[in-house]
Design a binder for this molecule. Sequence first.
Ligand code: CP
Length: 318
Amino acid sequence: MKKFTSVADIGNIQQAVAEALKVKADRFAFKEFGKDKTLLMLFFNSSLRTRLSTQKAAMNLGMNVMVLDVNQGAWKLETERGVVMDGDKAEHLLEAIPVMASYCDLIGVRSFAGLVNKEDDYNEKVLSQFIKYSGRPVFSMEAATGHPLQAFADIITIEEHKTKQRPKVVLTWAPHPRALPQAVPNSFAQWSVAAGYDVVITHPEGYELAPEFTAGATIEYNQEKAFEGADFIYAKNWSAFADPNYGKILSTDRSWTVDTAKMALTDNAFFMHCLPVRRNMIVTDDVIESPRSLVIPEAANREISAQTVIKRMLEGLK
Ligand code: CP
């Protein structure tokens, strides 16, 4: 595997899940794969789970790991070509990428959407330059439009808990005080459809996601109707995608918060969220603390999704 940025890169999902479960059954069985290999993890944005789970995954595979918080301690990077660099940015990405690549074998990049310029975000302006100029296999640790390591972990978690061949999986928008990117819901929708689930997306009008990510899912604007008979509820906030409101908050309506009454409409559904989560905005304390909440096993599976992807990239180096 030379890159991992979307569901297309993983191939057959059932095979990928089977491989992930094999990794999970004995995560130290592949320790020789990463011997004398180095992973560079680059963070343009904050992280708890991605940082720790990906580092742990690489260590399970016997790799050396370097972590760089680009905005803390490194030179400030210019990403635009043609700019007269007379401001506060001391280094250009076009030098920084090959230099960093010379120190490692694989690169993981976290670079969120700016939510200002939709074209830049949906062209993955930063991640795509790493793919183009590094000469190394590159994987997304959440980019502007997708969070595939999260979606892969979500699918592993659903496969471990589902009791029906084709569960009803509901992705629900929920309120949040800040404008958030569409990366997590984009990937979750895309991967859930690809996994063959009955996928319903519910949100207030105006929060429609990019059609390229939601193809195959049903859109239902009535949240309570969407929850009826659901097997999994996946909550997430996102900002508007559609023009002219790209990146804007259109609603903070707390009637969309996932609570016990809404969960009672489901078929005893499991509750999921990628974390970090704003309690009593996205979901009530009672729901996230209930025995049907999967937020902790879901986060734990981030180590497994990362290890499966890194393992495939190491196999590609041979
Ligand atoms: N879910 C997730 O990616 O968490 P972090 O932002 O903490 O890495």
